[in-house]
Unconditional design. Structure first.
Length: 697
RNA sequence: GGGCGGGUAGCUCAGCGGCAGAGCGUCUCGUUUACACCGAGAAGGUCAGAGGUUCAAAUCCUCUCCCGCCCACCA
């Protein structure tokens, strides 16, 4: 690519001139079988919702640095590129695109809409892969994985069926978080809570005998679905109400007054109205006391079964009901309180809890085996403290609602009888040949319900292994993730792996910091605070971006992204470039006969510094402290090699043998962090192979 | 409400029992066999605050105050 003479001519290194050529050279080597032992990295497949941001860049730069280091350590690294279909998220962005054309997905219909999403995928999926290449990632480019690949979908369906056959999956009508905009159920983990001021209404419910009992609620409209009132067993103030019957205002239904521990005696009046259909806590209480579900809000957030309020939007109904209570003298006071509004984490719409027929995965046993596995340290967390987040979640686990009513996703392998309705079903990958037990006809229709994307993601570590050969790469050695998806993704991969493969899916989890703006705000496209890694690459080159990000990487602090370390990186590249220019110059002038074999004190010093540096770097890389590792190489090369050792060559006689050793070893140590430039210089050593094939000794 | 992380130079952060550090910025000097995207040097700090442990605390413990994150339907 460049010989020594060409290097001599330029006193300034321009990364943009070389990086893409170097990547082309590497590309076919990434999948080369080399080395005895295998080191597998599991990629976190980005959603196809758009282009990559700095968080993705950080995550994969870290992995690539590790990958190159491990290759030099003699491992055969396996790391497949991949992308995720990202159900709701992708459906929403395509819907937004349609909206600009004045269309909704319902205008297109399900089939055409899905086609449209595939078009989107073709476009953005490839953009993401191109971005990965720009980052210089040493992935196996011959094996790109996608969660909608035929074989992947097959693996998802098979997993569902195995769970089903083992009795882990059931279908049930129960209240779930439902997004009125996305028109689908979502899981507990997909709910965002936003603090908001709300009105707490104090309402009198007449007692059947005489007198009143007072309750407090922020959602008076749900009272239409009340089936009981409850108070805490330890609540002495209200204890005299126990066993009495209250009359539901505006409706007239009789409500028993019961005892339940979930009621907080200090909140409101200490008496909680129980609406099992529209509150998850109330549902729990309802199950304990065998109370009926009385649904009064539908999936569009409108009132149903509510007499004159039926068909009215819940917020409107709230006003009407409050007004009527006021007229009847049943509203005693309204208090302002702060509470948390549940929002859809994909579109921000206020969620409703509504009863819906959904598919659930029983979590008790799966959580237990995961906890046991984590206790046995089958998976190590870096930093360790993040393991607790998984434990906390697993210990308080609830069954997982894995079905979604959206269009974009992997369809459940479930067939309903067209004649008898969806209470008669068969679980199968292919159309059942048997006849329906109730109607004795063969009119099976596959459900259009799809899986929660995270159900699919949970299987990622082994669902991407399509062939016998690929199956050898389970489990992976390493996965990297942001902390916000530790349970959404990491915990779920662990129990899926334990269940289906009898072995954890990865040995080590690196939890990396979140990339924030310099002001400490979250980076977000909509706020205009997002930074596109490609813009930075255009400006500084990939090596400098990698340097700048790794320089700022810390294990105990989020990263407030600052561009100056990229400039520092740029300068460092130039320093490296010029150091090698000088080295080649010395080489040219010294003839072999003049080789000084006696070590000077400069030689001795730099050799001992080299040894110490290498040890520190290894230690830090093993702990994923890449920021510290990079700082150490940086200091070594700049201060020890350049400022002291190379300077000494201008006055003293040193050993050329030592100089040779220092310069080749420096190149190796720098390579995981600064892959492009080091490769370029390596070529001018007369080498024709990738630098990551060199042995890290 | 519960849990976690952070508050160190003007800025972004290392250090996590033993002389307060780096990069950028500021200032002074320097065209020496690579590099001015450089070299030599300087200024700049109550290590958030209070108390405690210790021969010794930025570092360990307790409390307080800020900032950030995660979890959780006090309805």
């Amino acid at each position: 690519m460049l010989n020594r003479k060409q290097i001599q001519q330029k006193s300034r290194y321009n990364p943009l001139e070389f990086e893409h050529k170097i990547f082309k050279f590497w590309e076919s080597y990434f999948s080369r079988k080399r080395g005895q032992k295998n080191f597998t990295i599991l990629i976190a497949p980005p959603n196809i919702t758009g282009t990559l941001h700095l968080g993705h860049a950080l995550q994969n730069i870290v992995l690539d640095t590790i990958s190159r280091y491990q290759r030099m350590k003699g491992y055969r690294v396996t790391w497949f590129p991949g992308i995720d279909h990202a159900g709701i998220a992708t459906q929403n962005v395509v819907e937004k695109q349609l909206k600009k054309e004045g269309l909704t997905r319902f205008d297109l219909g399900r089939e055409k809409f899905i086609k449209r999403v595939w078009q989107w995928k073709e476009q953005y999926g490839n953009v993401i892969l191109e971005q990965f290449k720009k980052l210089g990632l040493s992935l196996d480019w011959s094996k790109v994985k996608f969660t909608m690949d035929k074989k992947y979908v097959d693996a998802v369906e098979k997993a569902f069926i195995r769970y089903y056959q083992a009795g882990y999956i059931y279908r049930d009508l129960r209240p779930v978080n439902f997004c009125p905009r996305c028109q689908t159920s979502i899981s507990d983990l997909e709910v965002d809570y936003q603090e908001k001021e709300a009105d707490l209404y104090f309402i009198k419910y007449p007692l059947k005998e005489n007198g009143y009992v007072e309750i407090a609620t922020t959602r008076p409209e749900t009272m239409l679905g009340d089936v009981a009132l409850a108070l805490n067993p330890k609540d002495e103030n209200n204890f005299n109400f126990v066993g009495k019957i209250a009359i539901l205002p505006l409706v007239g239904r009789e409500l028993p007054i019961i005892l339940d521990q979930r009621v907080d005696p200090k909140f409101g009046t200490g008496i909680l109205k129980i609406t099992p259909a529209h509150s998850l806590i109330d549902y729990e209480v309802g199950v304990r006391h065998q109370l009926p579900l009385f649904s009064v809000i539908n999936e569009k957030a409108e009132i149903v079964n509510g007499g004159k309020f039926s068909g009215v939007h819940y917020l409107e109904a709230r006003k009407m009901i409050v007004e009527e209570l006021r007229k009847n003298g049943l509203l005693t006071k309204v208090q302002k309180i702060n509470h948390y509004l549940p929002l859809c984490d994909r579109c921000g719409t206020e969620l409703q809890v509504v009863p819906s027929k959904e598919w659930f995965l029983k979590m008790d046993h799966l959580a237990k085996i995961t906890i046991a596995s984590l206790r046995k340290k089958e998976v190590e967390f870096y930093p360790l403290r993040f393991k607790k987040i998984c434990f906390d979640w697993l210990k308080n686990i609830r069954d997982w609602c894995i079905s979604r009513k959206i269009w974009w996703g992997q369809q459940l392998p479930v067939w309903y009888c067209s004649n008898c309705g969806d209470d008669v079903f068969i679980v199968s990958q292919t159309k059942p040949k048997v006849k329906c037990k109730s109607c004795h006809k063969n009119n099976w229709q596959r459900t259009i319900e799809v899986f929660d994307t995270w159900f699919s993601s949970a299987l990622w570590p082994f669902a991407i292994l399509y062939t016998k050969e690929e199956n050898k790469f389970y489990p992976a050695d390493l996965v990297a993730t942001g902390r916000e998806i530790l349970n959404l993704w990491i915990s779920r991969m662990i129990f899926s792996g334990k269940y289906f493969k009898k072995e954890v899916p990865f040995r080590k989890v690196f939890v990396h910091p979140t990339v924030l703006t310099k002001e400490g705000k979250r980076m977000s496209k909509s706020l205009g605070t997002g930074i596109d890694p490609l813009d930075l690459i255009k400006k500084y080159g990939t090596d400098s971006l990698r340097f700048g990000i790794l320089w700022q990487l810390s294990s105990h602090q989020d990263l407030r992204f600052d561009e100056t370390p990229l400039i520092q990186g740029q300068k460092f590249l130039n320093k490296i470039w010029n150091a090698y220019r000088f080295y080649f110059l010395i080489k040219e002038r010294q003839t072999s006969s003049k080789k000084n074999k006696i070590l000077s004190s400069n030689d001795k010093k730099i050799l001992s510094s080299l040894k110490r540096t290498k040890e520190t770097i290894e230690k830090n890389i093993e702990k994923f402290e890449l920021g510290l590792a990079l700082k150490k190489v940086y200091k070594f090369f700049w201060n020890d090699v350049c400022d002291k050792y190379i300077e000494s060559w201008k006055k003293d006689k040193n050993s050329l043998v030592v100089f040779d050793q220092i310069m080749i070893e420096s190149l190796r140590m720098l390579h995981p962090f600064i892959p492009f430039l080091t490769q370029l210089i390596y070529f001018s050593f007369g080498q024709k192979k990738p630098l990551f094939f060199e042995q890290w000794k």
